[in-house]
Design a protein around this ligand. Structure first.
Ligand code: NAD
Length: 251
């Protein structure tokens, strides 16, 4: 068991890669997995899945863009499980949800959820982790922090570039507290709940054609890398970003 007795909070865990990560953590012996999302019914279903398999999980409604919501989620975690060892800042919205690539309101929404959400997670997650001597934070960035994609709003690229930069900075800020901070950058994974343009099969086929491994990634393939960074196996790894993109950014 690679996460024996560790307590982990995964944002955006009601579906996609967050759900795969939460299920993986539970299988690896986590003492508690907090499923945090705004999609309450789907989040509760993930809790049921983990519980049915003999694991311990708990759902909290968390809007990552809202600081009061973070206070409540971390308080609930500490009340229920007494500590926080792992935080995965996975919640996010797609850069193609609004087809208007010049929308200022959408720029601000992308920054609020994807960047402020990760910032607030780091802020409140580290406060909790310091109480028990440290932990591991894994942020979900993206290939969009590295390459331009014509269909994707500039705000998405900016939001994920900021996540990547905050990962590096936070690793330095919190190393003395025993907290490691790393990022995982997925490439062409199954479309997000909020994907519109990037869910188009023609666009996806074109993008996947440019992937050296010539296929879409699987949520589990991202979850496995998150697991490595969350676990003590990566004890000398901090401030880095691992691309999980089938080689897309290596071309
Ligand atoms: N799917 C991809 O191709 C891809 C590629 C690169 C990076 N990413 C990033 O990986 C992460 C996971 O993506 P996914 O594909 O699993 O997407 P997804 O849409 O399946 O899952 C994202 C989850 O975040 C939740 N969420 C959205 N806004 C929220 C908010 N304000 N507060 C709390 N939860 C909120 C959603 O309800 C959803 O359950 C995201 O940060 C995304 O930007 C995805």
């Amino acid at each position: 068991m690679r996460l024996s007795n560790k307590i982990a909070l995964v944002t955006g865990a009601a579906g996609g890669m967050g759900r795969a990560t939460a299920l993986t953590f539970a299988r690896e012996g986590a003492g508690g997995v907090i499923i945090a999302d705004i999609e309450d019914a789907d989040g509760a279903a993930v809790v049921d899945e983990i519980t049915a398999a003999g694991g311990a999980a708990y759902y909290v409604h968390l809007d990552v863009a809202d600081e009061a919501s973070w206070h409540a989620a971390i308080t609930a975690t500490l009340e229920r499980f007494g500590r926080l060892d792992i935080l995965v800042n996975n919640a996010g919205i797609s850069g193609t949800f609004d087809p208007d690539r010049t929308s200022t309101a959408f720029f601000e929404r992308l920054m609020a959820v994807n960047t402020r959400g990760a910032f607030l997670g780091i802020k409140h997650g580290t406060e909790a982790m310091k109480r028990t001597g440290g932990g591991s934070i894994v942020n979900l960035s993206s290939i969009s922090a590295h390459i331009g994609q014509a269909e994707v709003h500039l705000g998405y690229s900016a939001s994920k570039g900021a996540v990547k930069s905050m990962t590096t900075a936070a690793a330095v800020h919190y190393a003395g507290d025993g907290i490691r901070v790393n990022a995982v950058a997925p490439g062409m994974l199954p479309a997000m709940r909020t994907s519109r343009g990037s869910a188009d099969p023609v666009w996806r086929a074109q993008q996947i054609d440019g992937v050296p491994l010539k296929r879409e990634g699987k949520a589990q393939e991202v979850a496995d890398v998150v697991l490595f960074l969350a676990s003590d196996e990566s004890s000398y790894v901090t401030g880095t970003e691992i691309m999980v993109d089938g080689g897309l950014t290596a071309v």
